[in-house]
Design a protein around this ligand. Structure first.
Ligand code: TXA
Ligand code: MG
Length: 352
């Protein structure tokens, strides 16, 4: 197969009852070393046969992803992780029982059969059993593990719709299974079970409070990795990630002041003559309605699920609107999904 296919085939597929012929075609493409984007419950993934080193290399090239950023290996059932790791700790079994299939990724010891291309040279491997019916059908039909990062160009916002995948990767991958928007909109929670105590490497769709039911001693990894050429405790924690092309400024949350102080900042930036895009909650959008700004509405600040489902699409909309700067207001709580949302806002914005 050549480095880039000339045409990316888009196959529309029913999310509840994925057509077997479409799934078979995608599975066959993967088996032969092709690159197939498919929906998961979190974001769209870009799949490659996890045991095919050449396919994995093409995947890194298609995404322009540095080879030191390891991939998550997706499997159809918890039993299959035994082929990918030398040791399944009791905590993995307990977490799998509670959260799989679902938006949780576990970092375990790598089995020798997992190519080092997948793990970026590390002796650990990240694994996940996704819940989306299309992802599940594809894994079941392919009968092999599928390495799949989010299906975006490196450092861009993750895709929550097939159109986002095409915006970044059209002509660079073989196929997209389009099952409409994903359910959650932020990536899986990544938990490293090879450290003592276990560590959350990336906050995600499953809040740390829920993890603590099963892993009472789980710690949050706090130190952000500054650049792409550092060693690899968790390369996915690059500080600039999930970012729009337009510079984004994130204003700290001010529990006492409400939306007004943020609106004051927006007015100040408008006064400099810049074209301004605002990532706004519904409450903020109402306060902004008489100002000459492009608003991408996230939904109510009381509904994390709605905000998660909108966040990446909203960042892409503001990029497409051709504004000079994107302004956003941080959320005020770290509970549950909010922690992941705040993490993504922080990574999408420019450091002062
Ligand atoms: O929800 C998700 O996790 C989506 C869907 C497609 O499953 N996938 C995803 O993949 O977000 P990606 O490649 O965009 O992010 C994977 C994260 C990165 O932060 C990477 O550094 C981390 O997982 N990771 C993968 N393998 C690792 C390992 N062995 N040790 C530490 N971190 C690892
Ligand atoms: Mg990604």
């Amino acid at each position: 197969m050549t480095e880039y296919s000339r045409v990316t085939e888009v196959i529309h597929i029913d999310r509840q009852r994925p057509e077997p012929s479409a799934i078979a075609k995608a599975a066959d493409c993967l088996r032969r070393g092709g690159l197939v984007a498919f929906p998961t419950e979190t974001v769209y993934g870009l799949g490659a046969h996890a045991h095919d080193r050449d396919a994995v290399r093409r995947l890194f090239a298609a995404k322009q992803r540095p080879s030191n950023d390891p991939l998550i290996v997706h499997v159809a059932s918890v039993d299959e992780i035994r082929t990918l790791t030398t040791h399944v700790p009791p905590a993995a079994v307990a977490l799998a029982e509670r959260f799989w299939p679902g938006p949780l990724t576990l970092v375990l010891r790598r089995a020798a059969s997992v190519p080092l291309e997948v793990t970026a040279g590390m002796e650990t491997v990240a694994v996940r059993v996704p819940a989306h019916p299309v992802a599940h059908a594809l894994l079941a039909a392919a009968r092999m593990p599928i390495a799949a990062p989010s299906a975006n160009l490196f450092s861009r916002p993750s895709p929550t719709r097939a159109s986002h995948v095409l915006a970044d990767l059209d002509g660079r991958i073989d196929m997209v299974l389009d099952a409409g928007p994903v359910d959650i909109g932020v990536e899986s929670t990544v938990v490293d079970l090879t450290t003592v105590p276990p560590t959350v490497l990336r906050p995600g769709a499953i809040g740390i409070e829920l993890l603590r039911d099963i892993l009472p001693d789980v710690q949050l990894r706090t130190r952000a990795v500054a650049s792409s050429d550092s060693p690899l405790p968790s390369p996915g924690l690059l500080s600039q990630h999930y970012a729009p092309r337009t510079p984004m400024t994130l204003y700290p949350s001010t529990p006492s002041a409400g939306p007004e102080s943020f609106i004051t900042h927006v007015r100040e930036v408008l006064a400099t003559g810049k074209r301004v895009g605002v990532l706004a909650t519904t409450e903020e959008a109402i306060a902004l309605r008489n100002l000459p700004v492009v608003v991408a509405e996230l939904g109510s600040a009381a509904e994390a699920d709605t905000v998660a489902a909108r966040l990446y699409a909203a960042l892409r909309e503001l990029d497409a609107a051709g504004v000079d700067v994107i302004l956003a207001h941080d959320f005020s709580t770290d509970l549950g999904l909010w922690r992941a949302l705040r993490d993504r806002l922080r990574r999408a914005s420019v450091r002062p």
